[in-house]
Design a protein around this ligand. Sequence first.
Ligand code: CDP
Ligand code: MG
Length: 144
Amino acid sequence: MQERTLAIIKPDAFSRNLVGSIIAMAEEKQLSMVSGKVFHLTRQQVESFYSVHRDKSFFESLTRFMTEGPIFVMVLGGEEAISLWRKIMGATDPGQAEEGTIRQRFGESIERNSVHGSDDPETARFEIGFFFNALEVVEESNAD
Ligand code: CDP
Ligand code: MG
């Protein structure tokens, strides 16, 4: 099924100029860019985006990390885009991530793990709407 997912290149990867390499890894697996822009989020914006994690022990630290510098946020489209992007990212902990995944190659720690991806269709809808309005997400593209 054709899907769209929200992907983020986090501050640790953005600051090491890995945006192009990470987009290339998505495109190699037939995911296409539907929308994309650079943000530098405020603390409130990160708290709201990651509100499902607000009771976790890592929330405070995660918020600090995600506000430390710019990020690249994109919508990726393609066949089974949600699970495919999570597969390309690899496990949350780079130490557990499979060979050749983004997190295995570029992740610095379980927190500074270079990328984000939506985990299901409902989350994807919420996360895409969080960053992009209808005009910014193309209706039809070669991603569909
Ligand atoms: O990003 P993913 O869906 O793989 O993991 P998550 O469980 O939804 O956690 C969101 C983010 O919180 C992770 O990507 C890490 O940046 C961070 N995290 C952390 O710092 N320490 C943990 N034990 C788990 C997650
Ligand atoms: Mg998650």
